[in-house]
Design a protein around this ligand. Sequence first.
Ligand code: ADP
Length: 509
Amino acid sequence: MISLATLREVLPPFTRGLRFRLTVSYIVLFTVLLVVIGMLFRGVLKAETEGQVGDLLEEQWGAAKGYVKIENERPYWFADFTDPEEADTVARLRNVLLLTDDLGNVLLDSPIYRSIGIDSPAEIQRVIRNGPIVRTRYDANGVPYMIKAGPMPDEHHKNRYFFALGRSLEASHKTVTQFTQTYFLFLPVMIALTGVLGWWLAGRAIEPVNSVAQAAQSITGSNLTLSIPLRNAGDELDNLIDNFNKMTVRLAQSFEQIRQFSTDVSHELRTPLTAIRGQLEVALFTAESQEQYRDAVVNALEAVEQLSSIVRQLLLLSQAESGQLALQKTAIDFGELVRDVTDQFQIPAEEKEITLKADVAPVKVAGDRTQIERLVSNLLSNALKYTPVHGSVSVRVSKNAIDPMACLIVEDTGVGIPPENLPHIFDRFYRVRNPQTNQIEGLGLGLSFVSWIVTAHGGKIDVKSSVGKGTRFTVQLPEAGAGSIFAPMVVTPPVAGDSQPERTETRVH
Ligand code: ADP
């Protein structure tokens, strides 16, 4: 047996096209439809013409019973043969006729009936017993006849005779045969026409798809802003084009974010690199005392630490998003953890003359300490980064009154986030770019981490912001309780030596 795949390879390439397949479908469908319609018409025509013959036969049968009389076992025609009309009627009745007694002895018959075949005595007796029947029978030349046979009473009104009368069905059958022949002769012509029409229609239907494909071909990574013009037909294809255009817009945004990210990464890396280079040059060319050498090396090391921290963050996020970062959940005193992290930010806050307050309630969460510290740290770092001098940042931890959740609120009086940027701030590498934030350094990764950590702990995060007034992040994390499930052991530490929360995120620029 040839498989479908082999068949596809054997057939010429154009047969693989949608146009060809659509046309073939049209043809198959129309052929089936035309054959069914033809058969249906044929059936109706046959029933109609045979019905007419049947009606006439019924009439003749009634008349014949009035003309044929039997006396002393001898039949005779009770008719006025001088009347040409009556003589003609009787002549027609005698055309296909049979009269027998109940033993099958023929009393009256016609040559045609003889050619059809005299009924057997058993058949005759059955008809006399059961009543009239109508059937189709053929003479020696194959001409069809509709025969009505039934019992005929003797002078004592007892059904003793068998009487049969027939009418030719030749004309009826001829009409049906003629119709069938003509219809099925024209069928291939109609199918061929359907094929041509189908090919043309399929071509028309596919044309826009081809033009979309051509337009799509001209879109490359560098001209993603190109969009395929809508045909304004409001059909599925317009819907497809619209979705395709929206996809390219999204792709363009992603490309732009990646491009922007490369610029940001280079920029972020350049600062510590320049510092390292500067310190090494100092060590090489200007340092004279051992003290000066030492200072230069310590400064260079700090810059190296800054560099590796950036690289580590990038690596961590990709590990987190690819599911390689396993969480070690334990019951953590969330209030205490938040207070500790807030304390670490007091010095940078003071440097910027920002009031940093913490109001924490004792509540435990089921979480991975390192990640939860990272979450709080990133939110606080952002709050301080995006709040100008003399502003204030407040941190609150409370128990959710309804659900078994711990609630963390980090609120600042900073620059705020424009509403159009809000839906994207948790996206990787997304940064709000406006005159207020352009000078503030960052990679657009902090909130991606926050979002991942919250999701991985089965929590929720919500942000409300007002431009120029401030921002409030609300995080809800499941409380540690009877239902909490903790991981039995630590699985794969994220990055070697990464037991502390990332310091890069805690920097305030
Ligand atoms: P970044 O390294 O740029 O700070 P994040 O992922 O932490 O990256 O934040 C994404 C963007 O969200 C930031 O670029 C900033 O525009 C905005 N943002 C985050 N936190 C705040 C905040 N507290 N106030 C104002 N804008 C914020």
